[in-house]
Design a protein around this ligand. Structure first.
Ligand code: UDP
Ligand code: MG
Length: 139
């Protein structure tokens, strides 16, 4: 199945602003199928572990605080070429630089509170999916 799955999270800012439904509608309309989904909340420790690869960078501590600040919705999505296709669909990390019509352009506030996460590789998608879901949750 490598190549057709990615992992996403509606980040706390977008969730608290009530954008989850609109964002999920856009995602489904773009042809991504929801394989697993849940509302959850990361502890600081879990957020720190999820973003382990960024540890030591200037934005790491604020990112971890932000991602553990409130509820999120995490999901595994399926589509051909899912990782690359979803990254293009959500737009650049900085909403100010994201293409018009992308989720980050529409719902992101700033570089940190950029509405949504998308895996950056098939390996990341598998790791991140495993962070939240068991294999039996995916169907
Ligand atoms: N981030 C931030 N400041 C930065 C770069 C990134 O706050 O200068 C946050 C932002 O929420 C981003 C996350 O850290 O989505 C992970 O960064 P990455 O470079 O992996 O961007 P992404 O893959 O999410 O586009
Ligand atoms: Mg990334």
């Amino acid at each position: 199945m490598t190549g057709n799955r990615t992992f996403t999270m509606v980040k706390p800012s977008a969730f608290s602003q009530g954008y989850t439904g609109q964002m999920l509608a856009m995602i489904e309309n773009a042809g991504f199928r929801i394989k697993a989904m849940k509302k959850t909340r990361l502890s600081e420790e879990q957020a720190g572990c999820f973003y382990e690869m960024h540890r030591g960078k200037p934005f790491y501590n604020d990112l971890v605080a932000f991602m553990s600040s409130g509820p999120i919705v995490s999901a595994v999505l399926e589509k051909e070429n899912a990782v690359e296709s979803f990254r293009t669909f959500i737009g650049a990390t900085d909403p100010a630089k994201a293409e018009p019509g992308t989720i980050r352009k529409l719902f992101g506030k700033n570089m940190r509170e950029n509405a949504i996460h998308g895996s950056d590789s098939d390996e990341s998608a598998m790791r991140e999916s495993g962070f939240f879901f068991a294999a039996t949750d995916l169907f």
